[in-house]
Design a protein around this ligand. Structure first.
Ligand code: AMP
Length: 177
């Protein structure tokens, strides 16, 4: 959006204490998404990180990664691949189980979603400990995809999730504690 004033995105993300459980400061991006100027700015900024590079596939992680990732895929003229929670994808999947603070979670991707040597960008709303993105990177590489970058709307820097994905170019638009 040429000439448009840049918005302070961090100020319109809603912090919800103790959701979904005690001690978590949940970063609610619905307050950003419903603001047309903010949504436009976020999608444009994510797009510009990769504009001019060849990107075959944007991978979005359920659920908020779908909202941002599909818009960015459209602008990059790339395909979009969803990574979903266990049991949602209908055809044959590869899956990855990873540790959460309490218990674990399983993510899945269709086995035919990414072809060997395709150039892949991964997008999610938020980087916390990095467990989620690490699992997704492993799945993409097992499929033969080449990860050319990873982008988040928000990075919770104190959790040092970047350490899990040091070997890739990692971008975040908003850095919080
Ligand atoms: P992690 O695997 O710890 O990096 O967590 C990242 C995933 O969990 C992302 O898909 C986020 O949407 C979600 N997430 C983790 N912590 C938060 C938080 N404080 N607020 C909102 N979403 C979160």
């Amino acid at each position: 959006m040429k000439g448009m004033k840049q918005m302070d995105l961090a100020s319109i993300i809603r912090n919800v204490p103790n959701f979904p459980k005690a001690g978590i400061q949940f970063k609610d991006i619905t307050t950003l998404l419903k603001n047309k100027d903010a949504f436009h700015q976020v999608v444009d900024s994510l797009f510009h990180l990769f504009d001019g590079q060849h990107v075959d596939i944007v991978v979005g992680i359920e659920a908020r990664g779908f909202i941002l990732g599909s818009a960015v895929a459209y602008l990059l003229n790339s395909g979009f691949v969803p990574v979903r929670k266990k049991g949602k994808l209908p055809a044959a999947v590869r899956s990855k189980t990873y540790d959460l603070e309490y218990g674990n979670a399983t993510l899945e991707m269709h086995v035919d979603a990414i072809e060997k040597n395709q150039k892949v960008v991964i997008i999610d709303d938020l980087l916390a400990t990095g467990g989620t993105i690490q699992a997704v990177c492993e799945m993409v590489e097992e499929a033969g995809g080449e990860i050319i970058g990873i982008a988040f709307l928000i990075e919770l820097e104190s959790l040092q999730g970047r350490k899990a994905i040091q070997k890739y170019p990692v971008y975040s638009l908003i850095k919080l504690d």
